[in-house]
Write a protein that binds this ligand. Structure first.
Ligand SMILES: Nc1nc2c([nH]c(=O)n2[C@H]2C[C@H](O)[C@@H](COP(=O)(O)OP(=O)(O)OP(=O)(O)O)O2)c(=O)[nH]1
Length: 145
C-alpha cells in the first residue's frame, strides 16, 4: 500500500516510526508544538506502541494530544526525514483526517496553531513538514500554500 523509496527488501527500516495527521480546515493545516521544544511545530501524532498499527496510533495520539476523534482517515504519504526531537532517522506516516470537534491542548503539548504553510509559522515547522508534507499538500490541491 505504501510506496517505499529507500529500504532494502527484507531488512527493517532504521530509526523510528511516527504516525501523524494532516487536518485542514478553512485552508489551514493544524500544527502543534510540545513543551519539550515549544518553538518547533509539526503535525499531531506520535509513535505507535508495540502491536499498534499506524492508524491505531494516530487515533490514540489525536485523543491524547488534542482531545479529538478523527472522522475520516485516509493515507496520504510516507516521508523520511530526521525526527526533530530525537535527531534520528524517522519514517513519518501521514494520514489526512477530519476531526469531530475543536482541538484543545492536552498532555505534553505547548501550543496549537493553524498554518497556510507560508505564513509566520513556516520557519518554525519541522523539516519533514516544511520540506515534504506542505509541498505535497499544495501539489495535491489540499492547501493553497
Ligand atoms: N508527531 C509528529 N512528530 C514529528 C513530526 N515531524 C517530526 O520530525 N516529528 C518527530 C518529533 C519527535 O522527534 C518524533 C515524535 O515523537 P513524539 O515525542 O511526538 O512521539 P510520542 O508522542 O509517541 O512520544 P513519546 O512516546 O516518545 O513520549 O518525531 C510530525 O509531523 N509529527
Amino acid at each position: 500500500m505504501w510506496q517505499e523509496t529507500d529500504s532494502i527488501a527484507g531488512s527493517p527500516a532504521p530509526g523510528i516510526d511516527v504516525s501523524a495527521a494532516a487536518i485542514i480546515e478553512e485552508g489551514r493545516l493544524l500544527i502543534v508544538s510540545k513543551k519539550a521544544a515549544p518553538e518547533v511545530f509539526y503535525l499531531p501524532g506520535g509513535k505507535p506502541e508495540p502491536g499498534e498499527s499506524a492508524e491505531e496510533a494516530l487515533i490514540r495520539e489525536l485523543d491524547e494530544e488534542i482531545g479529538v476523534t478523527p472522522t475520516e482517515v485516509a493515507p496520504l504519504a510516507q516521508v523520511r526525514d530526521v525526527a526533530v526531537l530525537e535527531g534520528v532517522p524517522m519514517r513519518l506516516t501521514v494520514f489526512t483526517a477530519a476531526i469531530d470537534r475543536a482541538p484543545r491542548i492536552a498532555a505534553e503539548l505547548a501550543a496549537l496553531g493553524w498554518t497556510s504553510g507560508s505564513d509566520r509559522y513556516a520557519p518554525l515547522l519541522a523539516p519533514a513538514i516544511r520540506n515534504q508534507v506542505v509541498p505535497l499538500l499544495v501539489r495535491s490541491g489540499l492547501l493553497a500554500g
